[in-house]
Write a protein that binds this ligand. Structure first.
Ligand code: ATP
Length: 243
């Protein structure tokens, strides 16, 4: 025989407490036409831009975009796959069509993320500085932020016109395992006062790379959870990265 359930204890409110509680919630009286506050100027939209080869896109890319958006209050992050990554000239890379499709699938239904084809639609090497000029014309009222991880920042002097790039767009730099955390003093020495336009973001870092995923697929090893499921399925269907 189970014991009976005791009735709920009655809560007695101090006299007048409920009334004062309700009073606090009485909505403000409707403003008269004359005292409407002036409309606040709209803050420009804050958009992150994450360029890469995305061969394939993986959770490290998605997490970097999320971390940057969270730290910088970005309203969207545009994933911009490179047609011809300048750093990977001479290296075999997967077709633009497959990388685009994988990036589309990786973004999935995430409302914060978008895909940009601007580098795919341009011939010649995909210099980020050229893409940023295009994006600035496209989103002229927005504040743009170039998102990258510490390994990219460490190699920035091998990029095309890094100083002009920094003058065109602020940078947001996230952590990456294997890359030393950026050094503020060294950035000031290199870029002078413009170093203020480089925002360093801290947070967890995922030790995953596209090259390791390619190697794992080639060796028949698991990549589940390193890439979104739809990307894993496409890799398998299209026999990508197989020897
Ligand atoms: P690969 O291994 O083929 O060189 P990758 O994994 O570095 O590729 P990319 O497409 O070249 O991927 O990277 C695009 C951007 O994403 C770069 O700014 C890079 O620093 C960043 N990134 C890539 N992997 C990670 C990760 N695991 N964590 C944080 N950022 C990352």
């Amino acid at each position: 025989m189970g014991r009976g359930v005791s009735p709920p204890a009655t809560v007695t409110l101090r006299p007048g407490l409920a009334e004062s509680f309700l009073e606090e919630r009485v909505p403000d009286p409707k403003p008269e036409p004359g005292d409407l506050p002036e409309a606040a100027p709209r803050r420009p939209e804050r958009i992150g831009v994450l360029g890469g080869t995305f061969d394939p896109p993986h959770v490290g890319h998605l997490w970097l975009a999320t971390l940057a958006a969270d730290a910088m209050g970005l309203e969207r992050v545009v994933f911009m796959p490179a047609a011809q990554p300048p750093h990977k000239q001479g290296q075999p890379i997967t077709s633009a069509a497959s990388r685009l499709l994988m990036t589309r699938l990786a973004i999935g239904a995430e409302g914060l993320f978008e895909l940009s084809l601007i580098e795919m639609e341009r011939s010649g090497p995909s210099f980020t500085v050229d893409s940023v000029e295009e994006l600035r014309a496209l989103y002229e009222d927005a504040s743009l932020f170039l998102v990258m991880a510490a390994d990219s920042l460490a190699q920035i002097d091998s990029w095309h016109e890094p100083d002009r790039l920094l003058s065109l767009i602020e940078w947001v730099v996230g952590p990456r395992p294997g890359a030393a955390p950026p050094d503020r003093a060294a950035l000031h020495e290199r870029f002078g006062p413009a170093a203020e336009r480089i925002h360093l973001v801290n947070g967890p870092a995922l030790d995953v790379s596209s090259s390791e995923i390619r190697q794992r697929v080639a060796a028949g090893r698991a990549i589940r959870y390193l890439v979104p499921r739809a990307v894993e399925e496409l890799i398998s269907e299209q026999h990508l990265y197989r020897p």
